[in-house]
Write a protein that binds this ligand. Structure first.
Ligand code: 3HC
Length: 294
């Protein structure tokens, strides 16, 4: 099935990024939120991203307006009724996600595909609520969505091959490279990324290296664009610990367990860039390592 009209549930960091890339690809995109203020905030970020691209001469002013005209925000599920694909990007609370899928199941036609942007929950746990387990899959995007090329397309035991084919075609249409992942918590990338980032925090906590040297080591030694502690601040330590906890509960393996330092930082409200302080303090002109008493 060719996807022409897209619905996005949630206009936060991920939802707004997903909406932006869909609109950029010329797809009519309807974003559903629970409060107008979240739509305004997310659309504000999109507008800023497009303005930056226009200022750099990467798109024209007319192109920017055309992209924005593809985007609409709504507070009503009803407005998603004619979408070919609905991508859900709401917080990692299964009951909340399933409540939304149940509502949409009664509104959307049979053909509508549902895709969850969950980063760590098992997708099949949402299957019953959708009333169409064969048309549900995972579609895991990476932050910042407009820049990151990968999408993990997740096939549950109930997802049809036709759904996977349509989602692969859709990902390519919006300029992303899809890979197929099995429905195990963390899929492919977070399964590898989470233990690596947790190890970096343990190295810091044990006093083996400084914040800056851990990041510098990985950036200069492995050519990563960001070191693991900068990346943790970028993802958000509250989001990061949530992913770790879900994966730990799934596998009961120590490599997914959050070290005490991470727990303490989240308790202290050190969420990373979004709160102004994490492994680095962002209040000055340049980020400087936070004194974590190590
Ligand atoms: N949104 C949109 N575009 C952004 C952006 C943002 N938040 N931040 C930067 N950009 C764009 C800039 O506009 C610029 O675009 P241009 O090349 O077209 O001019 C480009 O990115 C480069 O920006 P900068 O020169 O300012 O900065 P960098 O070169 O450092 O790039 C970065 C920024 C792309 C974020 C890069 O540092 C990077 O790739 N970091 C790693 C990100 C990463 O690993 N993400 C995955 C996180 S894990 C995840 O999402 C999974 C989840 O489940 C936990």
């Amino acid at each position: 099935m060719s996807i022409e009209k897209v619905g996005v549930l949630g206009c936060g960091l991920m939802g707004s990024g997903i909406a932006q890339v869909c609109a950029q690809a010329g797809l009519k995109t309807m974003v559903k939120e629970i409060d107008q203020k979240f739509i305004d905030k997310g659309f504000g970020v999109i507008n800023k991203n497009l303005q930056r691209a226009a200022d750099k001469g990467k798109i024209t002013g007319e192109k920017k307006d055309e992209i924005l005209s593809n985007l609409k925000g709504t507070l009503e599920f009803e407005d998603l009724k004619d979408c070919d694909l609905i991508i859900e990007a709401v917080p990692e609370l299964l009951d909340v996600k399933n409540g939304m899928y149940s509502t949409l199941a009664g509104i959307c036609p049979e053909k509508t595909i549902f895709a969850s942007n969950t980063s760590s929950l098992t997708v099949v746990a949402m299957a019953a609520a959708t009333g169409r387990p064969d048309r549900l899959c995972g579609m895991h995007f990476f932050n910042p969505v407009p820049m990151m090329r990968l999408v993990e397309v997740v096939k549950t035991i109930a997802t049809s091959q036709e759904t996977i084919d349509s989602c692969f075609e859709f990902c390519r249409k919006i300029g992303k490279s899809p890979i197929l992942a099995k429905d195990r918590s963390g899929f492919i990338v977070n399964r590898l990324l989470i233990p690596y980032m947790l190890d970096a925090i343990t190295v810091l906590e044990e006093g083996l290296a400084s914040t800056e040297d851990i990041d510098k080591g990985i950036m200069l030694g492995l050519n990563h664009p960001m070191g693991p502690l900068t990346l943790a601040d970028f993802v958000g330590l509250d989001t990061f610990i949530e992913v770790c906890d879900i994966m730990f509960n799934e596998f009961h393996e120590k490599r997914f367990s959050a070290p005490p330092l991470l727990k303490k930082m989240v308790l202290a409200g050190y969420y990373g860039r979004k709160s102004g302080k994490g492994f680095y303090d962002y209040s000055g002109e340049k980020p400087v390592p936070t004194d974590l008493g190590i």
